[in-house]
Design a protein around this ligand. Structure first.
Ligand SMILES: C[S@@+](CC[C@H](N)C(=O)[O-])C[C@H]1O[C@@H](n2cnc3c(N)ncnc32)[C@H](O)[C@@H]1O
Length: 198
């Protein structure tokens, strides 16, 4: 049975398709950070990790929250570079419809959804909050239904962490230093590879 790896990154990227692809770190609300997280979640040197499901909620203006889910088993034609990933996010924002989930391109789903709704829909999984001050991941047995939560260039807010803890989330740390979220995802993938989570 396949073990799926779920990642959520809270994003502050903008929620309009009018994205300047030459200015992802600026006017697009650090969409470059989100794109690098997506790169780290999915790409191996020879292909895509089919057992990864990546979730984000965009919190930027003008129309937050926008929920985007990417499913490794169905992803097609996306390249690992930031520009290509941003083009697919732009397509998702262009094709979003109120009141329903749309598959904007193969394996990419978009809808209006709050953080609470996302947690409620996924409560069958085991939640892990990535937190420098959490329990050392080396001493933790990760479940076979893991769902990891991270901030982008800012941490999750206290209120969001509280909701996660109500759903039984475990805070886990990969070290005392504060790493980039994309690097945290690469490290988690590497740890799960070493533990044969496939
Ligand atoms: C760049 S850090 C956030 C930066 C900083 N804490 C802030 O808010 O200004 C992005 C995310 O990576 C995760 N993270 C960074 N270092 C970590 C570590 N050593 N252990 C676990 N998670 C970490 C946390 O989820 C954090 O929200």
């Amino acid at each position: 049975m396949t073990i799926y790896r779920h990642f959520y990154v809270k994003s502050h990227a903008i929620t309009t398709p009018k994205i300047n692809l030459k200015d992802l770190p600026g006017s697009a609300g650090r969409m470059d950070v989100l794109a690098r997280c997506i790169n780290s979640a999915f790409w191996l040197s020879y292909g895509i990790r089919r057992n990864v499901i990546f979730h984000t909620i965009l919190h930027g203006e003008p129309n937050p929250p926008v929920y985007i889910r990417m499913e490794g088993e169905k992803l097609r034609k996306v390249s690992p570079d930031e520009r290509s990933i941003a083009i697919f996010i732009k397509k998702a924002l262009e094709r979003m419809k109120e009141g329903m989930e749309v598959e904007s391109t193969s394996g990419i789903f978009v809808s209006k959804k709050s953080f609470e709704e996302l947690l409620e829909e996924n409560k069958d999984k085991d939640f892990y909050l990535l937190d420098e001050k959490g329990e050392d991941i080396e001493s933790i047995e990760i479940s076979n239904k893991p769902f990891f939560f991270l901030g982008d260039y800012k941490d999750l807010e206290e209120g969001e962490k509280e909701i996660l803890f109500k759903y039984g989330a475990t805070p886990i740390s990969i070290g005392k230093k504060s790493y980039l979220s994309s690097h945290c995802i690469a490290i988690i993938n590497w740890i799960l590879d070493k533990r044969n989570f496939d």
